[in-house]
Design a protein around this ligand. Structure first.
Ligand code: GMT
Length: 376
């Protein structure tokens, strides 16, 4: 199949999922065309099955806001015609489903029919999309998609609860490549560079937005390091990063925390981590937690959104109510202070992650593409 994938090209989960999906589909022989405003961060090499088409938005002083949706839908029309694309797959409803639908309509005008799949990722529904300023356009473009998928059952239920959706929403969970880390990477795991032999390593990876409750992470770590020698690895960039640095400083733990910024090598950080923290306000899935588990890192998370579908209570980690820093600290200490338990949780985390093997999930998308194409 010839598939156009529209996504955000950044470090955010939806862009990562879209890119990894495209890479795997290309490996399986499909022709993949990424259409976005810059080359997706996880898309390294292009080849005959992997194409990237940049959406240019020329700056024009008349516009206070440059019209990205218009440029994207025009690019989609051109690329569908040029490469004879069979199906459009847009990740994140805003504004991709809206732009995709416009492209569909423009193509229809020229006698070309193309189906559109929309994958909902989370904040496009729960935080941003639900805002009254966007809601009518988001409802409309979801209802006009040929097939709608969501990354968790929780997100599907939230979508039905928050929007007037008349379509079936198919749940296709996010995925990982279980044995992605090469033996070379495992051998070069730099634990000794980051911490002393007796120190436990705790990691958080995100875009440091309010929804991630970054201050809870610092507070949980503060409680842990009072009981157990430990270091905290903070990976990512975002609006809450400065606040986190300031809080570490005022709590007197700045020397125990490493702020990495964005990283394309999270496997190298996860390979020496003992515990992953994700106390988010809401999380449709929690791809970062799954990536940690795939590297054998147990997870202390909140129990909101789709997290209980990924992190299994008392097995791959523990889940607590949002904001319950004490319970999260207690659970973290209970795993980290018991070597036998820690070892077992690491094994369990890997086992749970293997249930989300890319090889089982990608065929679900292929089936959906075929269904959509057959409809036309
Ligand atoms: O919040 C983020 O981390 C970014 C956001 C995105 O849209 O890229 O992530 C959402 O999609 C991910 C991939 O499906 C999910 O794993 C995240 O849970 C989801 N974020 C939220 O729901 C807050």
């Amino acid at each position: 199949m010839k598939i156009a994938i529209v996504c955000y090209p950044t470090f955010g989960g939806s862009g990562v999922v879209a890119t990894e999906l495209g890479l795997e589909l290309a490996k399986k022989g499909h022709e993949i065309h990424f259409i976005t405003y810059s080359q997706p961060v996880r898309l390294a090499l292009l080849n005959k099955n992997l194409h990237y088409h940049e959406v240019h938005v020329p700056e024009y002083p008349l516009f206070h806001y440059q019209p990205y949706e218009l440029a994207l839908s025009s690019k989609l029309v051109d690329m569908v015609k040029l490469y004879k694309i069979d199906v459009l797959h847009v990740h994140y409803a805003i504004p991709h489903a809206y732009a995709g639908y416009m492209a569909k309509k423009m193509l229809e005008d020229e006698g070309i029919k193309i189906p559109m799949i929309t994958t909902l990722h989370g904040t496009d529904i729960t935080l941003v999309g639900n805002h009254p300023f966007y809601k009518p356009a988001v409802s409309f473009s979801i209802n006009k998609s040929d097939i709608v998928t969501s990354v968790s059952s929780s997100l599907r239920d939230d979508t039905y609860r928050l929007f007037d959706i008349k379509k079936e929403i198919i749940v296709i969970p996010n995925f990982i490549e279980p044995n992605k880390s090469s033996s070379e990477e495992i051998l070069s795991c730099k634990r000794s560079m980051m911490a002393k032999e007796d120190e436990k390593i705790i990691t958080h990876i995100s875009n440091f937005r309010k929804v991630k409750r970054i201050d809870d992470i610092v507070k949980i770590f503060y409680n842990i390091q009072k009981e157990i020698p430990a270091k905290l690895m903070m990976v990512g960039e975002g609006p809450e990063k400065q606040m986190a640095e300031d809080l570490c400083y005022s709590l007197g733990i700045y020397d125990k925390v490493v702020f990495f910024g964005n990283s394309s090598e999270i496997d190298k950080i996860l390979c020496y981590s003992d515990l992953f923290l994700l106390p988010s306000e809401t999380e449709s899935f929690g791809l970062a937690a799954l990536e940690a588990m795939a590297c054998g890192v147990p997870v202390i998370s909140s129990n909101s959104g789709g997290l209980p579908e990924v992190n299994i209570e008392g097995y791959s980690g523990y889940l607590s109510d949002v904001g319950d820093v004490n319970a999260m600290s207690k659970n973290a200490i209970s795993i980290l202070s018991d070597e036998v338990k820690l070892k077992q949780f690491k094994i369990n985390a890997k086992e749970v992650a293997s249930r989300f093997d890319i090889l089982n999930i990608v065929p679900m998308y292929e089936e959906v593409y075929q269904q959509a194409i057959d409809k036309y």
